[in-house]
Design a binder for this molecule. Sequence first.
Ligand code: SIN
Ligand code: MN
Length: 293
Amino acid sequence: MRLTPQQLEQFDRDGYLFFPGQFSPQETRVLTDAVPALYARREVYNVREKGKDAVRTNFAAHLYSKPFATLARHPRMVQPVMDLFGEPVYMHQFKINGKAAFDGDVWQWHQDYGTWRNDDLMPTERAMNVAIFLDDVNAYNGPLMFIPGSHKRGVIDAQHDTTTTSYPLWTIDGALITQLVERAGGKNGGIVSPTGPAGSMILFHSCLVHASGSNLSPWHRVSVYLSLCAVSNHIRRFKRPEYIAHRDFAPIELLPDDCLLKDYPVALPWKDGMPASALETSSVPIDRSMQAA
Ligand code: SIN
Ligand code: MN
């Protein structure tokens, strides 16, 4: 899938593109059917909501689940990002966010690149998210909220919030969010929430300010996020475990467009368990650690 000049212009202006119904119900079902068994695993890569059993986010399924390994190489998700960056991309992070009915907690206002820079020493913002809805998303089940155009502000000051939810995040304070929303149009478009059927896709800039509320509805809101990084922009520090911030900078090789419906071989390196090295972390930048070795 190639982006049109009009889409490129829209992405530059708003910082995101929404593709309702990008994947068919049949394709989406292949992914949705695999989620319960993944969430049932008692593994460190399943981060549960604070004080609850519901999975908030599952990491790195593309390394141990065939349907998600396939999605990680899907041209409809990956090609547009390669085109935007004009170079190959690798998988920096892979998440299946649960946002479970009744239990799904908030994601505070943040920019993803803030975390990637502060924690992982990713040199520039040449990385972005592509998300696919595995459930219908509506106004009630905690849809993503974007501040259109906020990516133009570059990296915004953030504080490391380690207490609000079960997952630490570099978050932006309310005063700054108020300003950004006002500048984006206030009540007239200063916040937008793409909603639509399962199978819809969103591509958004790593500096786009976003959040989502809790899910008090009876409907799950499972979504998958591929965080794709230009290969030349790979992270320079392994401060977070490998199942959260990947260390394999090899370019993603695309599968054919029908890959979710036909059988293509994919590597599943963590199929029989995560290597112990995936839990090892270091606060020393990798270039320097290589020099020291
Ligand atoms: C995120 O910002 O990484 C996740 C937000 C969400 O799933 O609502
Ligand atoms: Mn985010």
